[in-house]
Write a protein that binds this ligand. Structure first.
Ligand SMILES: *Cc1c(COP(=O)(O)O)cnc(C)c1O
Length: 485
């Protein structure tokens, strides 16, 4: 198995080389800038509310948008339709045992459904869940069950520019102090998230996971691993943790999962279009949760998924162990991050999984945080490129009991790289337009809410520009690019 980054070029250039070819394609449309202005206004300056008809490159998320392999498509045709006892489920269970080393599997329709079941089972009002960092849906389910979170990243992990290879590590001393202060009885779970999503797809080291696990065992607190982005985390462990340089990704995955009592994941990220599972080797854990699956998801052998999705997941899980599959997205992200850095554009370093993360506070210092710089940057970048990214900042945050924004630790524009979807020339287009926007960044202003849902507001909320900056930015684009799209 070859790594996408291991092919050296005679020219000395560092270019990520695809270890796949394209056999099914989807035609794209790049709307002119005037249409894009209309579209983003109609979408309330929220890229979630754009239609893909209005989008050239959809870099909103890697969720459910990775390219499927021929093997996955083939397996979907051989699915076994059955309400109960489907062979497709058996094949998925085998794949999970092979890749994650867990025997008992509770299927769910997507990652947050796993969070619902775990939180309903283990939390009570007043519970506190220590974690490296939260994910939006995780936090929402913990709060819905009366719990709180404690984020225990190591100091400096939120610095945008860094050479820390494992920003997703948990601070062990902080973990011990928290458990002692809150009391073991109030800490029903410890949660580690692989390729920590909201801080830029940043991994933790296996050494750190082992330390967390050791402490969890000492206090007899179950350790939960959110494995939605575990493949990339394993890839980074191989790349960055000397002890595992010669280990296979398959072996690293098994070693990671062995440390956790509960492994759950969203299959939207791992493999196919939908699905997820909660996995464990502990019968007590399995028994505690299994009755909730038929209640919220579906019978224990499909959990809200179609058998075709289950087959695609099984194959996708096995493909997660193939470095040329799992390394494709990180190598393109590393390429774009290095190109943007060369233009002096503030980006999260080291490059992580998931996507390229542009630091909106560094990019738009003139936009105060309460005017949502990451949201403004996402809207501005769509306007001048047709590329749809996602706001990961205060719009994705919440309000406190007094109705004030809880300002996000970081304001990021995430440009997600779904696996094996975009080409190098498209990546160069992104670089080019981001470079231009950076030279005209003084034109970009802030946003304010006009419609704000009380929960997970970033999905459906609508905003408006605080001035006529979108019109002025469009005019500058026309002046510099003529009649180009
Ligand atoms: C996407 C994601 C989830 C939620 O999964 P869904 O399938 O979108 O419900 C949970 N945790 C992490 C780390 C994720 O990336």
């Amino acid at each position: 198995m070859s790594d996408t980054q291991s092919v050296r070029f005679f020219s000395g250039e560092s270019i990520p080389l695809e270890m796949h070819k394209v056999r099914v394609v989807q035609k794209l449309y790049l709307p002119p800038v005037e249409e894009r202005l209309e579209a983003i206004r109609r979408a309330g300056f929220n890229t979630f509310l754009l239609n893909t008809r209005e989008v050239y490159l959809d870099m909103l998320t890697d969720s459910g948008t990775n390219a499927m392999s021929d093997a996955q498509m083939g397996a979907m045709m051989q699915a076994d339709d059955a309400y109960a006892g489907s062979q497709s489920f058996e094949r998925m269970q085998q794949a999970i045992e092979e890749v994650f080393g867990k025997r008992f599997v509770l299927p769910v329709h997507q990652g947050r459904a796993a969070e619902n079941i775990i939180c309903r089972t283990y939390l009570k009002p007043g519970s506190i869940i220590p974690m490296n960092y939260h994910f939006t849906t995780t936090l929402a389910h913990i709060q819905a069950n009366g719990g709180r979170i404690a984020e225990l990243l190591t100091d400096g992990a939120l610095n945008i520019k860094s050479s820390n290879p494992f920003k997703g590590n948990m601070d062990i001393a902080k973990l011990r102090a928290l458990i002692e202060a809150e009391g073991v009885a109030n800490v029903p779970l410890i949660r580690m998230e692989a390729s920590t999503n909201l801080i830029g797809g940043q991994p933790f080291s296996l050494a750190n996971l082992r330390e967390v696990s050791k402490l969890a065992r000492e206090y007899r607190i179950p350790l939960v691993l959110d494995a939605s982005l575990i493949g990339e985390n394993a890839y980074f462990i191989k790349q960055r943790e000397p002890e595992f340089r010669n280990s296979s990704v398959a072996d690293i995955l098994l070693q990671m999962c062995a440390e956790a009592d509960i492994v759950y994941f969203s299959s939207r990220k791992v493999s196919s279009s939908r699905g997820g599972a909660i996995c464990t080797n502990r019968t007590d854990v399995f028994d505690a949760m299994k009755s909730l699956v038929p209640l919220y998801e579906g019978f224990l052998t499909y959990g809200g998924m179609s058998v075709r999705e289950i087959e695609a997941m099984a194959v996708g899980l096995r493909e997660t162990t193939d470095e040329s599959v799992i390394g494709q997205s990180p190598s393109f992200i590393a390429y774009l991050v290095s190109r943007l850095e060369a233009h002096g554009i503030p980006v999260v370093t080291p490059a992580g999984g998931l996507g390229c993360h542009v630091d909106a506070m560094g990019f738009l210092p003139q936009v105060p945080q309460k005017e949502y710089p990451a949201g403004a940057l996402a809207a501005a970048f769509y306007l001048i490129s047709g590329v749809r990214g996602m706001e990961r900042g205060t719009v994705s945050s919440i309000r406190d009991e007094n109705g004030n924004d809880v300002l996000s630790d970081v304001e990021l524009l995430r440009l997600a790289f779904p696996r094996r979807v975009f080409t190098l020339s498209q990546t160069k287009y992104i670089e080019d337009r981001m470079h231009w926007l950076h030279t005209r960044r003084d034109l970009v202003g802030g946003l304010r809410f006009v419609e704000e849902p009380p929960v997970l507001r970033f999905f459906m909320g609508r905003m408006e520009a605080t001035s006529d900056w979108p019109e002025r930015l469009m005019k500058a684009f026309r002046e510099d690019f003529g009649d180009s799209l």
